[in-house]
Design a protein around this ligand. Structure first.
Ligand SMILES: O=C(O)c1ccccc1NCC(=O)[C@H](O)[C@H](O)COP(=O)(O)O
Length: 267
């Protein structure tokens, strides 16, 4: 039995074959060059973390580990609530099979706000990078556990050529070593093991201090309360990626403000 990440990557191979059956790379590349200008994702996080926390708030309808997370999932409403609550950037899951996401959600969410947007999907081929820019994405995710060094370099170069930022994601020290050979300074430490789906904040606590000083650390997954952010902050993170805990809130704007521990925005 394959691990979860390997199964998701198999899905991506099938999706890419389907995409190439109907479109050429050059069609998608043209659309990427015609897309609306990028909003600076890394710069927004850098600016936010100078005075407080930077938050990447995730639109996540469902997940392999939790099933359906939010039934009344409306990307425009949720994006506006995140912006109102003080999020710095958005992350939108576009994978259909495993997360009940959609490319359309990214377009709708980005059009509803002024925040930079990460396309949260599983990138293994340059055509997905071009497609992400064509959809309007400002940043893409590269998961080191899903890529070899050559693939990571190629995909990062492709994203940077389109002017997008890249969030590199690691879960252990050997992935971090490999990630440090890339150019992007934005480094996510995922508390979730994507192969087993186990979550432990001990991962962030141990890994965050290992990041070189010229990198911007993003603590990802399993963050449910201000105390969780405080624990990651103690280990060096000023930026956070949060999905499930905010998606489950009745009042998403208030929950966003509250997890940032920002009483003004929380009203
Ligand atoms: O969320 C999952 O179950 C999952 C399973 C397999 C691969 C990736 C997965 N999630 C991606 C993420 O890491 C999270 O969406 C993101 O960091 C937010 O995490 P959370 O706040 O715990 O929803």
């Amino acid at each position: 039995m394959q691990d979860v990440l390997a199964q998701i990557i198999d899905t991506k191979r099938t999706e890419i074959a389907t995409l190439f059956a109907t479109s050429s790379f050059s069609d998608i590349d043209k659309a990427a060059h015609a897309a609306s200008p990028v909003r600076g994702f890394t710069n927004a996080l850098k600016a936010a973390s100078k005075t407080g926390y930077g938050l990447i708030a995730e639109l996540k309808k469902a997940s392999p580990s939790k099933g359906l997370i939010r039934a009344d999932f409306d990307p425009e409403t949720l994006a506006r609530a995140y912006e109102e609550g003080g999020a710095t950037c958005l992350s939108v899951l576009t994978d259909r099979k495993w997360f009940q996401g959609a490319s359309e959600y990214l377009v709708a969410a980005r059009n509803a706000v002024n925040l930079p947007v990460l396309r949260k999907d599983f990138m293994i081929d340059p055509v997905q990078i071009a497609e992400s820019r064509a959809l309007g994405a400002d940043c893409i995710l590269l998961i080191m556990a899903a890529l070899d060094d050559e693939q990571a370099l190629e995909l990062e170069a492709c994203a940077l050529d389109y002017g997008m930022d890249v969030l590199i994601e690691v879960h252990d020290a050997s992935e971090l070593d490999r990630a440090c050979k890339l150019k992007s300074p934005l480094m996510g430490i995922n508390n979730r093991n994507l192969k087993t789906m186990d979550i432990s904040l001990d991962v962030g606590a141990a890994m965050l201090p290992l990041l070189p000083d010229d990198h911007i650390a993003v603590a990802e997954s399993g963050l449910f309360a201000p105390a969780d952010l405080a624990r990651m902050a103690k280990s060096g993170a000023r930026c956070f990626l949060i999905g499930e805990s905010l998606m489950r809130a009745d009042d998403v704007a208030a929950a966003t403000a509250a997890i940032l521990d920002n009483p003004v925005a929380a009203g």
